[in-house]
Write a protein that binds this ligand. Structure first.
Ligand SMILES: *Cc1c(COP(=O)(O)O)cnc(C)c1O
Length: 394
């Protein structure tokens, strides 16, 4: 116990931005050239798009203001029918059904199991009446992509991957976010790459990319500054509305040097997660759902289910954990939690009946584990949670 950490780690403290960002930002501050379309070529945002597409092995990348903007533009770029029905998992962040509503479409919620992944029976029931599929890999948990892509293909439906929180995750040897027609990622501060805000979408479909580029705000002939076949974007000139969801150069300068850090962050994040998961599992109070066999995760947080806790016990557990220095949430117990589907009152119609998701949200606990945490800090987190459970259950 010599190295035992006695003060709680700050679970919201980010890793410093790599030093290399400083020079690029200084140059921008001197020139004042913050807008992506001022420079004739090779603006930082354009370089980021090129590097991100290369890293992911896709043809096109479009950097935008958030992952929500990327999801919105993806939906808008797919040529879906008016009021299209879009399947989304019932366990996701409120921004996801919001993007569907914003695009003038209808979110249809699919039940999610105790392992945080889409219930395939419910998915199969609902897909025959759907127009598109938007898979949120919530907290980086991957649903069965083989089954989902097979069913979507059988119904001839496009698949959007919300990989906001899945950068670095693999499905067999394929990168999550490259398996659907389009993949969307977030650079918000709590994701693997931190720019405060930001997002990017990737696709191999030149027409989808061209439409998204125009709608993101490439007005007049600014589409010429994208690495994309000119004739594709020129076809859409003046034909599509401009939503102005562009990324600015400062964000790209913060993001670009972090791309090289990704393999280390993914490796540390997984190792940290698995260490805490092992300790929580051993305690007997918690169930940490295993990844699917095809999945290699890239977590920066941990989710686990309380075993046989009543609601009162779950609430007591959360307050003891907080007293012990570790803020945790049970998704379904908070007031106005943005990840509890019954709070998405902006969706038209009655709250759907989703018994499995409801049961999961009542037991599923969420704790941030920033990848920079050291072993002693991880042990502090695990011990604080286990002690809190002992205080409740004896
Ligand atoms: C963070 C997150 C989003 C939203 O990303 P923004 O960049 O903040 O718009 C969407 N979906 C999931 C699964 C997320 O984790």
């Amino acid at each position: 116990m010599r190295d035992f950490q006695t003060t709680p780690p700050n679970l919201h403290e980010a890793e410093p931005i790599p030093e290399a960002a400083r020079e690029a930002i200084d140059a921008l501050l001197s020139s004042g050239d913050l807008f992506r379309y001022t420079a004739p070529a090779d603006a930082p945002v354009a370089l980021l798009e090129r590097e991100f597409a290369q890293m992911m092995g896709t043809k096109y990348a479009l950097a935008v203001s958030s992952c929500s903007a990327a999801l919105f533009l993806s939906l808008k770029s797919l040529s879906l029918p008016e009021k299209a029905k879009v399947l989304i998992p019932a366990f996701t962040f409120a921004a996801v059904p919001s993007a569907v509503v914003h695009a003038g479409m209808t979110p249809v919620l699919v039940d999610v199991g105790m392992n945080y992944r889409i219930d395939l029976a419910d998915f199969e029931r609902k897909i025959s009446d759907a127009d598109a599929v938007l898979i949120s890999h919530m907290r980086g948990h991957t649903s069965d992509m083989d089954a989902i892509l097979t069913l979507a293909e059988a119904h001839n439906l496009p698949v959007i991957e919300d990989a906001a929180h899945s950068l670095g995750t693999l499905w067999k040897d394929r990168k999550i976010g490259t398996m659907g027609h389009v993949g969307c990622f977030s650079f918000q501060s709590y994701k693997m790459i931190n720019a405060g805000e930001g997002g990017i979408m990737i696709t191999d479909d030149p027409d989808l990319a061209a439409r998204a580029i125009i709608m993101s705000g490439a007005y007049e002939h600014n589409w010429q500054k994208h690495d994309i076949a000119y004739e594709k974007a020129s076809q859409w000139q003046n034909k599509l509305p401009l939503y102005n969801l562009r990324m600015q150069n400062l964000s790209a300068c913060v993001i670009r040097p972090q791309l090289a850090e990704l393999p280390r962050r993914v490796r540390d994040g997984l190792e940290n997660h698995d260490h805490v998961a092992d300790r929580l599992t051993e305690s007997g109070y918690f169930n940490v759902p295993a990844p699917l066999p095809s999945e290699t995760r890239a977590p920066d947080s941990i989710q686990f289910n309380l075993i046989d806790f009543s609601e009162a016990e779950a609430r007591a557990f959360l307050s003891f954990a907080k007293e012990n220095g570790v803020p945790a949430q049970v998704f379904g117990l908070g007031t106005d939690n943005a990840r509890a589907f019954w709070n998405w009152e902006f969706i038209e119609g009655d709250t759907p009946n989703l018994p499995q998701t409801r049961a999961m949200l009542a037991q599923a606990c969420d704790v941030r584990l920033p990848v920079r945490l050291k072993r002693e800090e991880l042990d502090f987190v695990a011990s604080a949670l286990i002690d809190a459970a002992i205080m409740v259950k004896g």
